[in-house]
Design a protein around this ligand. Sequence first.
Ligand code: BJW
Length: 239
Amino acid sequence: MNTAEVRQWLRAARTIVLLSGAGMSAESGVPTFRDAQAGLWADFRPEDLATEQGFRADPRLVWDWYQSRREGVARVQPNAGHLAVAAFQQRHPGRLLVVTQNVDGLHQRAGSPGVLALHGNLAQDKWLEPPRRCCDPARLQEGRPPCCPACGNQRRPAVVWFGEMLPEAELAAAEAAAGACDLMLVVGTSGVVYPAAGLARATRGRVVVINPEPSALDDAADAVLRGTSALLLPDLLEE
Ligand code: BJW
């Protein structure tokens, strides 16, 4: 399968969903999760960092890890892949929807409208426990993590950890769009985390995987393009 044929599919597709994962932001300098050497989990077990139990067991460790990622993301910029997607959306309003597992906000910063962020937002916090009357995000006791000075309720990153439900409205909209689209671009994801990965298996349209390495969704693809998102997307989406 070559890029010319995929470009033809893109031209013919009335509705396109782009499902992105951490690899989409790799060329911006954001580490992926599962890269054995440089990945975000290279030195940790995922359940120690990306679960509520992990946070409760060591809130400072998890808070500091997210703070360091926030600082990292604040220093980087959307790459040529993000920008090509946003430019395509501007030229073809309503034709391409971005559904992302990423929490880094780079699609949004590139100018993509209506991004469905399935795993939350790294830049935001929320309460660990349901907020009580005393819990006011404008009046926090500083700390790692900060907390409510009256009851001690802690702030935590507003991301979706393992075992937690995805935001209902975003997931429902993503499922509807995936089910109905003519073409799905699956970009930079290992395809092992559900329900996001299931979107690529539930579409009635063609599936194109863009990834320099094998992924768990290759078997669901009509075409697999072995290359990086910042190189391939500008080429595919130029018209
Ligand atoms: C490039 C590149 C370049 C590199 N260009 N590409 C069905 C079956 C089995 C298990 C489950 C199931 N349904 C649900 C589950 C449980 C669980 C799950 O999926 N577990 C599996 C891992 C086994 N799912 C959940 O718990 C979800 N919740 C849920 O289902 O709720 C209902 C429920 C509740 C209670 C009980 C049961 C069900 C929630 C999942 C939340 C995932 N959260 C994280 C952390 C977010 C916060 C944070 O950022 O810290 O989301 S985990 C992490 O993985 C993060 C990512 O979004 C997600 C996906 O990772 P991604 O993006 O694919 O990154 P990598 O690193 O894996 O891959 C990068 C890829 O890029 C690689 O392929 C590279 O080759 C490639 N690449 N450079 C293009 N330049």
